[in-house]
Design a protein around this ligand. Structure first.
Ligand SMILES: [Zn+2]
Length: 460
């Protein structure tokens, strides 16, 4: 273990209680994005913690929760660390084995809402920087902590924030996103994600009579539920193919380099089947075909659908007067949310469904990085030192994130690194992290900074 690293461990041991107090402090507040007061409390706590490492902290108000922009250190390079302090609601506390807003520490894990997604990541990052400052007195580069409070509902404030504050982002060279549930896979590989699918989430609605009517009138009164089903059947077929031509024709296939990187990404279809107790995957896809479908193809998913009598066991013979479906489209390059919104509208109109209304709920563009950016060499070599093996790269997460607004549109490459692992149960009861992963991630950030320092702030 290099001397500086043993210093890091000594530091963490000495400051263990401080670090755990902070973790407990921010995780004890139920900062669901809709709970403005709780979010404000966490902003105050994180602001205080960032001030303690002598960061220049600016709180930007938005139409929802504030954005924290904290700068510390100086150098040729600017390293941005993204995080979000909002959490998913707990819903059923009884489903937890411990109180979700009180950190429970076992021999090897911390449990609590946000301990992985993503307050735990924020705390680990701040403490790693603090450890570096204690060891070396100054940072090898400029670090920006960019922390938002609306990620769990699709980061609705960031489009405006980033277009209003373009200048702030102009010097950023690379950005670290939190490594959450899939960051360490079951084979203990570090999986570094560099891009995200985009998302267009909408609600389709069909209305009928001015009131639900007796189903004997099903002969004469049009049924919105049937109309919605017919409209949906024009959008996707039984082979899971999207039938909106504009979407399929404009989706850009992966590049050679992206395919090369994807081939090395470990993905086991049998494990997926076992995990979710399903006999087969859609289209019986296997091997690389499954990876390709999962990562490079756009989706259209019915997330919820309802109309009329939905009471369990209730017999109510009616023609409903309203039917609704929530749909999400996961997007690949060249499919912007606006493009998909238009394509969907055109498709419905052309197929005789002009009466189906479309309400937008979330729009997130695709996030991407330049795979040839030199930063990935640095990330790989530091991870190899810290974790004992080189990471695997995931070209595009099948889920979404705010990467486009704060990084891709400014040409800033992204990598994930953090405290999560495959068993972190984010968004679910018993969210947890392994304590060793916490330490390892702090070590990674510390070593990453050392590496930048050794090279005179130059990334090679
Ligand atoms: Zn989340």
């Amino acid at each position: 273990m290099p001397t500086a690293m043993s210093e890091l461990y000594k530091f963490l041991k000495q400051k263990n209680n401080t670090y755990k107090t902070w973790l407990q402090d921010v995780c004890s507040v139920p900062s669901v994005a809709t709970d403005k007061d709780s979010c404000r409390k966490v902003v105050d706590s994180l602001g205080e913690l960032l001030l303690s490492i002598e960061a220049k902290v600016t709180i930007y108000e938005t139409e929802s929760n504030p954005v924290i922009w904290a700068e510390v250190g100086e150098g040729d390079k600017t390293f941005m660390i993204y995080g979000h302090y909002d959490v998913q609601p707990v819903d059923d506390e009884n489903a937890w084995n411990s109180s979700p807003y009180k950190i429970k520490e076992t021999k090897d894990k911390y449990y609590g809402r946000g301990v992985c997604d993503c307050k735990g990541n924020i705390i680990a990052n701040i403490f790693a920087v603090k450890a570096y400052l204690d060891e070396y007195g100054k940072l090898p580069c400029r670090i920006i902590f960019f922390l938002e409070g609306d990620e769990e509902r699709g980061s609705p404030t960031l489009e405006k924030f980033s277009s209003k504050n373009k200048k702030l982002f102009s010097d950023v060279d690379f950005c670290m996103f939190p490594g959450e549930q899939n960051y360490i896979d079951p084979a203990e590989n570090n999986v570094v994600t560099v891009g995200y699918k985009g998302c267009y989430y909408c609600e389709l609605e069909v209305t009928g009579a001015n009131t639900p009517v007796h189903s004997s009138l099903g002969t004469l009164i049009e049924n919105p539920a049937w109309r919605l089903v017919w409209a949906l059947s024009t959008i996707k077929n039984e082979k899971d193919e999207i039938l909106i031509n504009e979407i399929t024709e404009n989706a850009v296939p992966p590049t050679k380099k992206e395919e090369e990187v994807l081939k090395k990404w470990p993905f086991d279809t049998d494990k997926v089947k076992k995990q979710y107790s399903v006999k087969k995957l859609i289209g019986d896809v296997l091997g690389y075909a499954a990876k390709k479908k999962h990562i490079f193809e756009p989706t259209c998913t019915v997330c919820g659908i309802w109309a009329g009598n939905t009471g369990e066991g209730v017999v109510k013979t009616i023609v409903p007067n309203k039917a609704t479906v929530k749909l999400d489209f996961r997007l690949v390059p060249n499919l912007t949310p606006d493009f998909v919104e238009n394509a969907l509208r055109n498709h419905l109109d052309e197929n005789g469904f002009a009466d189906v209304t479309v309400k937008n709920l979330v729009k997130l563009p695709v996030g991407y990085s330049d795979l040839d950016s030199p930063i990935y060499k640095t990330v790989s070599s530091v991870m190899k030192d810290v974790y004992g093996k080189e990471p695997k790269y995931l070209v595009r997460s099948p889920g979404g994130g705010p990467q486009y607004y704060i990084c891709s549109q400014f040409g800033v490459p992204v990598f994930t690194a953090g405290v999560g692992y495959y068993g972190s149960k984010v968004h679910a009861p018993d969210e947890n992290v392994r304590i060793n992963d916490f330490y390892k991630h702090m070590e990674f950030v510390f070593s990453f900074l050392e590496n930048l320092g050794q090279k005179g702030g130059k990334v090679t």
